[in-house]
Design a protein around this ligand. Sequence first.
Ligand SMILES: Cc1ncc(COP(=O)(O)O)c(C=O)c1O
Length: 405
Amino acid sequence: MISDLKGTFSQISNNNKRSAIREILKLTQNPEIISFAGGLPAPESFPVDALDSIVSDMLREEGAAVLQYDATEGVSELREVLVKKYRAEGIQCSLDNLIVTTGSQQGLDLVGKVFVNQGDVVICGLPSYLGGIGAFQAYGAKMEGVPMDEQGMSATLLEAKLEELKQHGIKPKFIYVIPDFQNPTGITMPESRRLEIIALAHQYDVLIVEDCPYREVRFEGKPQRLMYQLDQDNHVITLGTFSKIFAPGFRIGWVLGPKDVNEKIVVAKQSADLCTPTFVQKIAVRYMNSGVFEENLQKTIDLYHQRRDVMLEQLEKHMPKEIKWTRPEGGMFLFITLPEHMDALELFHKAIEKKVAFVTGNVFYCDGGGKNTIRLNFSYVNNEKAIAGVERLADIVKAEMLVEA
Ligand SMILES: Cc1ncc(COP(=O)(O)O)c(C=O)c1O
């Protein structure tokens, strides 16, 4: 072994932290555990039969071509399908604005790669998706958190943060938001809040990175326009993905962004993976054009809607009145706030003993807060298990409240 392996590792690899969620998920692997911890889509939602015939038709009709390298920007027919979909929503964009990435996680990484220098400030919600925070921190970002309210990132507190940074001569690189059914809270920003944040981005001359993996998984309420559409001034970069609306194993995401930004991202992607696998992109084109996409998405929405309802009902039925939780209109997660003095990590260990698991909310707080919060996933576990799991969880919370009293 090399004498100074530690000193040989790059700054970036030293910036990379092991994901706290992965460590938690390891403890939840036991099949007897009812796990609300992961962020997995329901396997029942994957269109296995439709893909069976699509893949064999494709190989028969296109042969070796689907196994070749393709453009770094992505397979052009897939980019066209995605641009057409956005245009149908009234969003002005062209092929220059759309690049396929290997999952939206790669989009987050590439955004970090093209914008973040060591020590640069990036603003995010308190709490925010850990994979986003980790991707930016890997490039040396100093994350500054802005608390959220029931409408998402607080515009008032964002303004205060931007002003405070300005007083210190600091201009953040971008504001990271997940406007629809946020991971981890499930909260959606109404248009008024989106517009306030965009106005602040203009005023302080900062970009917005809008991460939208759950947007199409809406059970109720009014669909919200993308910040990309509301902005119309090249301040917003949007990340999309097929992971929650088709199949995460395909690892297909995309960046919808200003042309100048996308040109940089393509160069960065080139050295990362040359291109996202051609095979899965070509399957995705056929799938999108087959009409099965809409049908299967509706089935997924119905399934998660029903699973969310079961979880909400069980929480209402069993949780003590001091416990609060969000009521997401879509997506895959809801967020519980325990009384201030309670520690979710202590509860987690007790929960594992009782064979139920969740993710402690603190892992999503870049400022080390959120110790009394819990994220619950409702997309993966079936109703029977969800009923048993929430009841067990409530029993643990009740017992803890008695101890504390
Ligand atoms: C907010 C958010 N962004 C990005 C991702 C990454 O998704 P993928 O790389 O599968 O597109 C996730 C995954 O759960 C997420 O919750």
